[in-house]
Design a protein around this ligand. Structure first.
Ligand code: ZN
Length: 431
C-alpha cells in the first residue's frame, strides 16, 4: 500500500519536477557545417554535450573561402549531416528534440540560410520551438561548459570580458548579462585569423587550416633560433633581416588614451607582401624569421590593445586612477574563437594582461576546449538554451539570416516572440 501511494505521489509530482530536455543545434555561418545534440537538466547547470559533428569546406586549392562555394557546400552537406546524426541519436518524428537552435547571424547570408531553412522545416515538422542564435553569443557562452584543461574552473560570472578572435571576427566584449553586451575593441579591417592565414599563404605554407600550419611551423623552429629571433629589433628595418615589423598602433603615450580602441591586422599582411616582393622571394632563414614575427607580433598587438582597454576602463580606480571604472567587478576573461586555440596567444594573454593589477584581482582566464573554440554547433546549442531559459523567447518562422548583427543589438532585431508559459513548462517540466 505504502509502495502504491508512494508511486502515485511521485506521479502527481512528476509534472512539476524538472526533467532533462534535448536540444538539436545547427551552425553553418562560414565554412563549417556543424550539428550537435545537447541535454539540459538542472537549472543553473551547463548542458551536457551528447555529441557533435562537423564537415569543413576544403578551400585550400583556391586560397580562401568563396561565399558561393560555401553556400553550395552547406546546401549539399547540412541536410545529410543532420539526417545521419539524427539516425545515430534516435531523433525522429516520434522522438523529436525539444528545442532547435540554429545560427541566424552574423555571417555569410547564403551559408546561414542553408541551415536556417532546414531548421525551420524541422521546427514545423516536429512542432518544436526554434531559436535563431547569434554566432558571437555562442562563442562567449560556450565558456560555461566544463573545460578539460581547466577542470576546477567555475563558469564565468557577469560582468565579464570576452576576447573573440577567429578568421571572421576580432573583438573584445564586455558582457553584463545575456542581453547586455558592449564592444570595447572593434575591428577596423581584416580579422586576426584572416591576416594569419593570408600571411601564411604568402610564406608558401599549404593546407586548409593555415593558422594551424603556421603555429606548427613556428613550433618546429629550434628554440635556440627563436631565442635569437626574439632579440632582433624590428621597430625599423635596421636589422640583419632588413625587416620592419612594428606594432601598427602604439600604446598610450603621455597618459593619452584613444577615444576608440581598435584592432587592425591588414598592416601585417601588407608588410609581409612588401618584404617578400622587395627581396624577390625569401630563403628558409627569412621564412622562419617572418613566420616567428607574424605570429608573435599579431598576438602582441592583441595583448597591447587589450592592455590599452584595461588602462582606459580599469578594474578599479584604486589600482589605476586613470580608469573610468567600466570594468569594475570583472573577474572572468574569456578567450574564444579559432585564433584563441593558439597556445602562444593563450600564454601571452595569461602572462601579459595583468601587468597593472594586483595578485588579488587577477583574471580567471577561460579557454574553451580547442574543439569548441573553432566554429561548432555546441556553442549554438548552449547560447540557444540560455536565450530560451533566461529570456523565455524564441524565434518566429519568418526570421531571415543577418549578415551583420552587432552583439549589442541582440534583441532589437525582429523575429523574437515570447515563449508561452505552457510551452516553456511542457519542455522544462518546471513548476
Ligand atoms: Zn566564429
Amino acid at each position: 500500500m505504502l509502495k502504491r501511494l508512494s508511486w502515485r505521489y511521485r506521479l502527481l509530482l512528476a509534472p512539476l519536477a524538472r526533467r532533462s530536455y534535448r536540444v538539436l543545434a545547427i551552425e553553418s555561418s562560414c565554412d563549417d557545417s556543424c550539428v550537435a545534440l545537447l541535454e539540459k537538466s538542472l537549472p543553473n547547470h551547463p548542458p551536457i554535450v551528447i555529441d557533435h559533428v562537423k564537415l569543413t569546406l576544403d578551400s585550400s586549392h583556391i586560397g580562401g573561402i568563396m561565399p558561393t562555394m560555401a553556400h553550395d557546400f552547406h546546401n549539399e552537406s547540412i541536410a545529410q549531416l543532420i539526417s545521419d546524426f539524427s539516425k545515430k541519436h534516435n531523433i525522429n518524428a516520434k522522438t523529436p528534440p525539444d528545442l532547435i537552435c540554429c545560427t541566424r547571424g552574423p555571417g555569410m547570408v547564403g551559408s546561414l540560410n542553408s541551415s536556417l531553412q532546414v531548421a525551420k522545416g524541422l521546427s514545423v515538422a516536429w512542432n518544436v520551438p526554434l531559436i535563431g542564435v547569434h554566432h558571437m553569443l555562442g562563442h562567449i557562452l560556450v565558456s560555461q561548459l566544463p573545460k578539460k584543461e581547466q577542470p576546477s574552473l567555475k563558469s564565468p560570472a557577469y560582468p565579464y570580458l570576452s576576447l573573440l578572435c577567429s578568421g571572421g571576427h576580432s573583438i573584445l566584449v564586455l558582457s553584463k548579462s545575456i542581453s547586455s553586451h558592449e564592444i570595447i575593441i572593434d575591428l577596423c579591417d581584416i580579422a586576426a585569423g584572416d591576416a594569419i592565414d593570408k600571411c601564411a599563404r604568402e610564406l608558401g605554407l599549404k593546407g586548409n587550416l593555415l593558422g594551424k600550419e603556421l603555429e606548427k611551423y613556428v613550433s618546429e623552429i629550434p628554440q635556440s633560433t627563436k631565442d635569437v629571433f626574439g632579440k632582433v629589433n624590428t621597430s625599423s628595418s635596421a636589422n640583419e633581416f632588413g625587416l620592419s615589423f612594428a606594432l601598427p598602433l602604439r600604446g598610450p603615450r603621455n597618459k593619452k588614451i584613444p577615444d576608440s580602441i581598435i584592432f587592425t591586422f591588414a598592416p601585417f599582411l601588407s608588410r609581409v607582401q612588401h618584404y617578400i616582393s622587395t627581396n624577390n622571394g625569401i630563403d628558409e632563414a627569412q621564412k622562419q624569421f617572418l613566420a616567428y614575427k607574424i605570429q608573435n607580433t599579431i598576438f602582441d598587438h592583441i595583448v597591447d590593445r587589450v592592455n590599452v582597454a584595461l588602462k582606459k576602463h580599469g578594474i578599479s580606480k584604486s589600482e589605476n586612477p586613470l580608469a573610468d571604472g567600466k570594468f569594475d567587478g570583472v573577474v572572468d576573461f574569456i578567450c574564444s574563437g579559432g585564433v584563441a586555440a593558439n597556445k602562444s596567444l593563450r600564454d601571452k594573454l595569461a602572462n601579459n594582461l595583468n601587468n597593472e593589477r594586483t595578485l588579488e584581482t587577477k583574471f580567471n582566464f577561460h579557454f574553451p576546449d580547442l574543439s569548441l573554440c573553432t566554429d561548432n554547433a555546441v556553442m549554438i546549442g548552449v547560447a540557444g538554451i540560455e536565450i530560451f531559459e533566461n529570456l523565455r523567447i524564441k524565434s518566429d518562422l519568418k526570421i531571415l539570416p543577418i549578415r551583420k548583427w552587432p552583439l549589442n543589438e541582440l534583441l532589437t532585431q525582429s523575429g523574437w516572440e515570447k515563449v508561452p508559459d505552457e510551452e516553456y513548462h511542457s519542455i522544462t517540466k518546471s513548476s
